[in-house]
Design a protein around this ligand. Structure first.
Ligand SMILES: [Fe+2]
Length: 294
């Protein structure tokens, strides 16, 4: 009896081993660095600290960068001068030269726009100037890479954290023309859906119901949505879509923090960091937030 049982166990183990060997290893299509809320500024040694992050990120051998907005510290406050806006963008361009060998696809953050320009005809006023500074084709757009479709949204509209009517139409059309099962990753500045916004006085897209319904119509395609804005890191899965709010590269805007910071430069319990995202041919997504100590 004992012998027979042993033989059965051994037989099963052999079956398991051969099954494991026959499962094809899922193939990675792309590795992307998601940096968000860089908030570049001349103070606090921020440029040099950013360079150190960059050296670290490069070691992950990424294919390209996604930049989630709030690239500069702030242009949106009423007291910001033209000179101050330019200083921040100039530093950013110098830093961008340090990794110019990588493509970068960016979206607009709420702090990137200079609304205090003398008038709305000023070449530096509003979104068009930021689109130019970031070298992107439009305030929203999409690109294709290795079988993956990337949609970059502009959250900065009425009821902040929302899409305007024009952008909704475009998004519906952009998703509608994709082939069945074509995997999609969406990047926005404000989170489309999140839990951490409850810990920071809001900041989630106000049109989340519309977005969830739209993605459900395309549930064979939409795999993940990544964002920033809150400077907190979380991950929510809803209807099979992974929504990742990926902290902030600048942490506490490069500053030491406040009494709610769990560590130096942290926002509440989220350290400063960046995210490495692996995208697979079968549509799987692995989102890894990596804290940095610079
Ligand atoms: Fe921010």
């Amino acid at each position: 009896m004992g012998l027979t049982a042993g033989a059965v166990v051994a037989g099963n183990m052999a079956a398991v081993a051969s099954e494991t060997a026959s499962i094809p290893k899922k193939k990675r299509a792309l590795r992307v660095a998601h940096i968000t809320d860089v908030h570049m500024r001349p103070e606090l040694d921020a440029p040099a600290r950013f360079k150190k992050c960059l050296e670290e990120i490069k070691r992950h051998k990424v294919d390209f960068f996604l930049n989630g907005g709030d690239t500069i510290y702030a242009a949106d406050y009423g007291n910001i001068t033209r000179e101050r806006v330019n200083v921040q963008w100039d530093i950013w361009h110098q830093l961008r030269d340090e990794f110019s060998e990588y493509e970068m696809h960016s979206c607009l953050g709420n702090h990137d726009m200079w609304w205090a320009a003398p008038d709305n005809k000023d070449p530096m006023y509003g979104k068009d100037y930021v689109v130019k500074q970031l070298g992107i084709p439009n305030r929203y757009y999409s690109i294709d890479k290795k079988g993956w479709h990337f949609i970059i949204l502009d959250s900065n509209n009425k009821n902040a954290g929302s899409l305007d009517e024009e952008q909704r139409k475009w998004l519906e059309g952009d998703l509608g023309k994709l082939a069945t099962g074509e995997p999609v990753l969406i990047m926005s500045h404000y989170p489309l859906l999140a839990a951490c916004t409850n810990l920071d006085g809001g900041g989630m897209h106000t049109d989340y119901k519309y977005l969830v319904d739209l993605f459900y119509q395309h549930k064979d395609k939409v795999k993940a949505c990544i964002s920033g804005h809150i400077h907190l890191q979380d991950s929510v899965t809803y209807n099979g879509v992974q929504y990742c709010c990926n902290g902030a590269l600048s942490g506490f805007w490069w500053e030491e923090g406040d009494k709610s910071s769990a560590g130096k430069c942290w926002v509440q319990q989220t350290p400063p960091g960046y995210t490495i995202i692996d995208l697979y041919e079968d549509g799987a997504v692995e989102n890894r937030y990596i804290p940095h100590s610079y």
